[in-house]
Design a protein around this ligand. Structure first.
Ligand code: SF4
Length: 479
């Protein structure tokens, strides 16, 4: 198991986000803006990061393993000149974890020099790759993103835009893609809109600059204004002509990832046109109305359970307390010393505030429960701090199916809710009561009147046809 699993998987037993993308056109310090944007998107991938920039003549690229703050020194940023750039933070969802798979990918081909970065998972990448290899393409990495570049290079279309359109039409699955050519930035979103991609604008004295990012928290950092989203099936071009928008395909069945609102995205972001904080508070409120309990305090499992716990406390009238404190300063190299030191990994990251928990009946709110092992340790910790009763409330439905759209999830065998009843899970994590938000109320919490979201990890009903599902399972990292 790679290093990052030693720390980032413990104690937070979560689905793991994927990647973050950023792009900017029309700013004299585009490389620096991409650097700042990637800082804001660091939570979407901590394995590697990269930036490709262009000054209108050439494309310059730097990428490395590690965190954004460690990779981009002043010296590195000086080597990324120009008024346009794209950036990427990565946790691999397809391909192995080597530097070869770090993004952006940058190549020189018959359409000029181009770079690409991707958030999502192209579900037919293996078939496309086999076909391309049969026709002479040579791949350097195992990432699904490289397939896109080969499709563009092999296209008979004369312009980059036309070649891209043709390539995008061949792709299935989830993709929010950002491309950099010598004189323009092009971004696109898959027909179902699985992963987010927001558009922002900066008003400079020289004219507008345009930015694109997985989440709008990246805009706040650079003072850009959110003006909307790249629509499912849409390609947006920022170049010397300004901003051009066109649909490369008719939108498919909408399937925005609801887990972005449940857990992945930062609460200070607007994702799919909606405040993540507002969604999570609403989930907590609905959970309180659906699954009430008489208790003394509502305690979030930090950080991701905070907004839902606030909603639960507001709707129930039970006081909200930070009864668990998270230590954010744990190095990536920590290795859990021994199974014999019980709960060591959890205690390193979370510590109870005895004063707030002793003798209390506690509602413990978390945003998801995946394998259950961490929840068991946290319940034990809260009881150990003197809590009289522990009632666990999860602000989404039981997760019963893996994701194939750009999220690292355990196999079905490891998902506790896929194999055990709620009562069995309650017994396993050893709480007094356990309840989840219903699917119906999750719909309501994300204002899903038109059923725009993907809920496949709760229902097992995948919104696209998944050909070669065994291959897809095998291609996921660390499996
Ligand atoms: S399966 Fe779950 S995590 Fe994957 S896209 Fe759908 S809602 Fe998101």
């Amino acid at each position: 198991m790679p290093d990052h699993d030693q720390t980032e998987h413990l104690p937070f037993d979560k689905f793991r986000e994927e990647c973050g993308v950023f792009a900017v056109y029309g700013h004299p310090e585009a490389g620096n803006l991409a650097h700042l944007g990637l800082h804001a998107l660091q939570h979407r991938g901590q394995e590697s990061a990269g930036i490709a920039a262009s000054d209108g003549k050439d494309v310059y690229c730097h990428k490395s393993m590690g965190h954004v703050a460690d990779i981009f020194t002043a010296g590195v940023l000086n080597m990324l000149p120009g008024h346009m750039a794209i950036g990427h933070t990565r946790y691999s969802t397809a391909g192995d974890t080597a530097i070869l798979n770090a993004q952006p990918f940058s190549v020189a081909c018959n359409k000029g020099r181009i770079a690409v970065a991707h958030n999502g998972n192209i579900t037919n990448a293996m078939e496309l790759r086999r076909d391309l290899e049969d026709h002479g393409s040579i791949f350097q990495a195992s990432s699904d993103t490289e397939v896109v570049l080969h499709l563009v290079a092999k296209s008979d279309q004369k312009t980059l835009e036309s070649a891209l359109r043709e390539a995008l039409l061949a792709l299935e699955g989830a993709f929010s893609l950002v491309f950099l050519a010598a004189d323009r930035v092009i971004v696109a979103r898959d027909r179902h809109g699985f992963r987010p991609l927001a558009i922002g604008r900066m008003n400079l004295s020289s004219g507008p600059a345009y930015v694109f990012a997985s989440e709008t928290c990246a805009f706040d950092l650079i003072d850009a204004h959110y003006i909307g989203d790249v629509e499912p099936g849409e390609m947006v071009i920022a170049g010397p002509e300004g901003l051009t928008r066109q649909f490369y395909a008719p939108p498919g069945r909408n399937a925005q990832c609801v887990f972005e609102h449940v857990y992945f995205s930062r609460p200070d972001s607007i994702v799919f046109g909606r405040s993540v904080q507002a969604s999570r508070e609403k989930m907590g409120q609905m959970l309180s109305m659906e699954m009430p309990v008489a208790a003394d305090v509502v305690v979030p499992i930090p950080d991701s359970g905070v907004a839902a716990a606030l909603g639960y406390a507001t709707a129930s009238g039970i006081p909200f307390r930070h009864g668990l404190i998270r230590n954010h300063y744990i190095g990536r190299t920590f290795i859990e010393p021994s199974q014999a030191i019980r709960d060591f990994g959890v205690r390193l990251k979370l510590n109870p505030v005895r004063e707030l928990l002793q003798g209390k009946s506690v509602v413990l709110v978390d945003d998801s429960l995946v394998r259950g092992t961490t929840s068991q340790k946290i319940v034990r910790m809260v009881r150990g701090a003197g809590a009289k009763e522990v009632h666990v409330r999860i602000s989404c439905p039981p997760t019963v199916s893996p994701c194939f759209y750009g999220v690292d999830t355990p196999t079905k065998r490891e998902l506790i809710a896929a194999n055990q009843s709620i009562e069995e899970i309650r017994q396993f994590i050893d709480c007094d009561t356990l309840a989840y938000l219903s699917l119906e109320n999750l719909h309501k919490a994300v204002a899903d009147g038109d059923s725009k979201y993907c809920y496949a990890c709760y229902t097992g009903k995948y919104p696209t046809e998944l050909v070669n599902i065994d291959e897809l399972m095998a291609s996921r990292p660390n499996r």
